[in-house]
Every structure is written in C-alpha cells, then in structure tokens.
Design a protein around this ligand. Sequence first.
Ligand code: SER
Length: 479
Amino acid sequence: MPLALHPLQAARQPLLHAVRTLSPLRRYLHIEPLSSHEIRRRFLDYFAQNNHTIIPSSSVVPHNDTSLLFVNAGMNQFKHVLLGTEAPRHRRVANSQKCIRAGGKHNDLDEVGIDGRHHTYFEMLGNWSFGDYFQQEACTLAYHLLVDVYKLPKSRLYMTYFGGDPEVGLQPDFECREIWRRIGIAESQIIPRGMDDNFWAMGEEGPCGPCTEIHYSMDGSAEKLLEVWNLVFMQFNRTRRGILEPLTVKHVDTGMGLERLVAVLQDRQSNYDTDLFLPLLQKIPELAGTPPYQSKFGDDDHEGLFTAYRILADHARMCTVAIADGMLPDKRGAPYVLRKVLRRAALTWSNKLHSDPLLWAQLVPTIVQSLGPAYPEIAEREAVIQATITKEIEDFKGIVDKGTKAFGKIWQKLENKMVLPADKMYELYRQFGVPEEVIFGLARGRNMGCDAKGFYLLMDQERVKSREGLARKKEQVAQ
Ligand code: SER
C-alpha cells in the first residue's frame, strides 16, 4: 500500500517530478541538467576567457534616456557608445542584464502566463564588440559556446540571416550566410528572413542593423524552432525621419534570453518548468492552499488556475526587481506600470486563488534566493521590497473593498449580467473613484465581459471636454 503523503510533500511532488523527468536521451547519457546559476556563470566565464570585460547589470530604471520606460535590452546602457557619441570604456564587454518588457515598444505584459515564453521580467545574456570584432568572430563565439560549452547538438541549430529589403535599399547579408556555412551549419538550416524578423532596432529611432538569430529545434525538425540568441550587426542610426544613416564604426550587440536558454538546457517545453520558476510555482499553492502547479496551457488549463500561477510568479519577479532598483509604485510613467502590475497580481490572487493577496508578498524571499546571488542589490533590499509590496497591496485592498461594494450595488440592478455597460464602468470610475484595472477585475470575478471600447470613448470625451474647458478659461484670462 502506498504511504500517504503529508500535504506539503504532496504539494512538492510535481516539482521533484519535473526536475527528475529527463528526456530519454539525457537519461541514457546520465546528463544532469545545469542549474540556471551554472548556465549564467558559464556564459560569463566563457566571454571572460575570450577577452571580454564582465560588467554588472545596469538598473532596470533607465539612466539618461526618456525614450524608455524600463531597460528592455542589454544594449540600452551602450546606446551612446553604439551611436558614436560616447567613447567605449572597453572594446569587448559581456554581461547578464536585468530587463523589463512591460509598456513601450517591446511590451510583453499581455502575453504573460498564456504561453511558456513571455515574461515581464527576464535576463538577457549579451556580449558586445565596440569597433572590435564583427560578424565572423561574433558567430564563431556564439557557436562554440552553444556546442562546446553547453553541449547542444549542432544538428538542432537553425540560423536565420537578413534576406535584404529592396524597399529600404538593403542587400541580403550573404556574408553572414557564408560564415554559417564555413562554420559547418547545413545549408537547409540557414534561412533568410525579412526586415520584421532579422533587422533589429531599439526603437523608432536610434542604433539598428541586420541580425542573425540562432534558433533551437525543440523536436529536431524545422517546424518547432525556438529563438534563443540574437546577434545584431549594428551599422545604422535610424533618424527621426526614418532614414538609415551608416555609423562610422560597426559594432556587435548580442542578446540571449536566459529563461529560454535554461528551458533548452534543462530540456523543458516551457520556461516556467525550469528552476527559475518552479520554486515560485510550488510556493504559490502552498501559501494559498490551492492545488499544486501543473504545466497546462490554454484549454487544458480549464479554470485558468495554472495560468494565474504563472502570472503571479512572473509579476512577483518583475516587481521585486523594479523595487530593488529603487522604483516605487506611483501615478505616472514607469512607476504607474509597476503599480498596475502589482494590482493585477493582487486581483489575480484574490479572484483566481480566492485567498488573501497579501500572501503574494511572501514570494519575495524565494525570488531573493533565486536572483540574489547574481544581483546582490536584490538580496540587500529584501526587507524594503517586501514592505513596499505589502503596503501597496494593503492600500489597494481598501480601494477594492470600496469598489466591490459600489460594483455589487450596480450589479444587482443590471438586467444583462453578461457585459458591464460602458456607462456603469464610467460611473464606478468617476463617481466612486474605482481604478480601471479594478473595474475589469471585478467584472472578471463575476465572469462578465466589459464594454471597454465604450468606456474608453467616454474617457476620451471627458478629456476633450476638460481640454476645451481649460482653453476657454485661458482665453477668458487673456481677455
Ligand atoms: N539588442 C538585441 C536584442 O535585444 C540583441 O541584444 O535582441
């Protein structure tokens, strides 16, 4: 008879199971997956051995750049070096950069939890050459790291290169194709792609250039490719008018998402099934007293419970990192995005886990354990992070209580309880001061849709009216 498991042990089962379940090939070869710490460390050691200076991650709060809400790529801190307006301190650099993609050009907020790949917070491993090596060495360095250090089979690697664009007057990057051939990549695994995929730009303006992407085949075929590394050959500055001005010096800027690389090396289909997320996905149901995590997506995740766990784990990492870097939730700009993400997590916790969202703050120590060794600022500020999240959620609970009461009254009088009409949303927003994300959350909690379009229209009308009112007042004062 099997022994009964203590509830806590039972909750741990899927995690242990996930870590132990290796692919048949790995089991046969007795290869234990590398931990995320080891994967990050090997990347940095490799580039140090190849004469790169390892520099710390910059803060996720952009320094001296109003075009960004958050640092969203490893190259952000080198923007001026790439444009030639700042001298590089080193010619070869590598690092592991904390990045946030929530708001702005690269925004992944709405994809989080739905698939196994998108995150608001992620780490980008990168190496740079500032006027030093170019395509040949960049491709060779990347190839040897993947094949010789991480031991990925060459047959699983697919390379894309820039296929040119006559409209902008750019030729295909045959040089890059040739380099991959010489390295020994099979012809069928070198693929040309257009502007959208293989031309990387930081934003509407700024440094940009054609890129080559390294993809890993998840099943050995060309059908299931996962992009792991982007090697950008920086050679233009895109001006405000959209003109590509050649840079006087060419540079290399590469970026590889740590979470994806870890998923590949730990042989997982989803980034969430790696040691970067599993401790959090285990802790969430332990705290809330809900069923243990299962790696289910879309229709397989009937109640959306496991999607909720993924959102909660992702958002906890993002908020922890942003607060560690000195950001506080507030009314405008990036601090408002932080507030929105925090509130979204709190609502997800109460609506999906039916538990007190203050418990969500207790994920901070688990994140500190995972990220603290690589980013000491996170460990140093643990108490501040937890206190900030707790305070913000307490305040938010007050707002939600007020909003819930007002919503309850409105809901009782509604004839159609499928969709919350725009005027009722507006009433909650204007008369009761309920923030829009709370209105959406309250409706979701009752399985209702929202007339969001109508609501935004009413908000726009109000904005126009108040602008007109302001203009009239100014005119009166001037007369
Ligand atoms: N800047 C490129 C990217 O973010 C490569 O680092 O993908």
